[in-house]
Design a binder for this molecule. Structure first.
Ligand code: MG
Length: 268
């Protein structure tokens, strides 16, 4: 059996080098509540449905304490709902600014199609947010065959249902012939939970967490250290293989196909 499909993440994987859009919006969102959060806090739980991510950020001890000292009580579910509702409109503005297609992605996707793979996608964005991202991506040469958002599948990552919905839309099976490619631990868990192969992305993603210009300014040893840390985190989250960018994923796909020919399965 050969590979049938890849399921690609959006921010930090195919668009938005460094996963800047959601970080920028989350920081503005908390600024408006007069509880500023750090970049590292905004990157916490990235890749999950935004409402779930916001709940996780509010639960960070420093953030919960800062919220309590500003608002006179610990954050609760009504605050999660309020912040989630505010996220959407702010995100619509940021999407156009940050969601450029990552260099080399359209060419890499063309090579995937050349080897017979269908192209699906999942995200932590809602459909209106993703539509704005997809419009710009299509104009820049990247358009997957299918896309699914958390509300369309009943739940976001790390649950596998968006991957199942992609399989239906792509009319492809079995899921052990699929590869999930993404930049967060939640992506790796989603792929594993769906019974798929998983490939983590470091340099362009949330774990390294730098926009292209900032990554280019780092010394090569500092950048290599950040990429190595990201690689360790993604492997610990269940990645079968790790690459720096989707633009360089070909050799990892070759390797997964070799494993598959040798009778290996992706496991849980
Ligand atoms: Mg991502």
């Amino acid at each position: 059996m050969s590979l049938r499909a890849v399921i690609l993440d959006w921010a930090g994987t195919t668009v938005d080098f460094g996963c800047q859009a959601p970080v920028n919006v989350l920081q503005r969102l908390f600024d408006e509540e007069h509880v500023p959060i750090r970049g590292s806090e905004a990157r916490h739980s990235m890749g999950r449905l935004k409402r779930d991510q916001i709940r996780d950020i509010l639960a960070l001890p420093r953030v919960a304490e800062a919220w309590a000292s500003r608002h006179g009580r610990l954050p609760g579910e009504e605050d999660v709902a309020w912040l989630s509702a505010r996220f959407g409109p702010l995100q619509q503005d940021a999407v156009a600014v940050y969601s450029g297609v990552i260099a080399g992605v359209p060419e890499a996707v063309a090579r995937m199609r050349g080897r017979g793979l269908k192209i699906g996608s999942t995200t932590g964005y809602t459909r209106p947010m993703l539509n704005a991202v997809m419009a710009r991506a299509a104009a820049e040469g990247y358009a997957p065959d299918a896309s699914v958002t958390p509300e369309e599948a009943g739940a976001g990552r790390p649950l596998p249902f968006m991957c199942y919905q992609n399989a239906i839309l792509l009319q492809a099976y079995p899921l052990e012939s699929f590869v999930k490619i993404g930049d967060t631990a939640a992506d790796m868990e989603e792929g594993r939970n769906a019974g798929m192969w998983t490939i983590g992305v470091t340099l362009t993603g949330n774990e390294v967490g730098l926009e292209k210009a900032a990554a280019d300014r780092l010394s090569s040893s500092e950048l290599a250290a950040r990429v190595a840390r990201a690689r360790e985190r993604l492997l610990a989250a269940g990645a079968h293989a790790v690459v720096e960018s989707v633009a360089q994923v070909d050799a990892a796909l070759d390797e997964v196909e070799r494993w598959q020919r040798n009778g290996m399965k992706p496991g849980k």
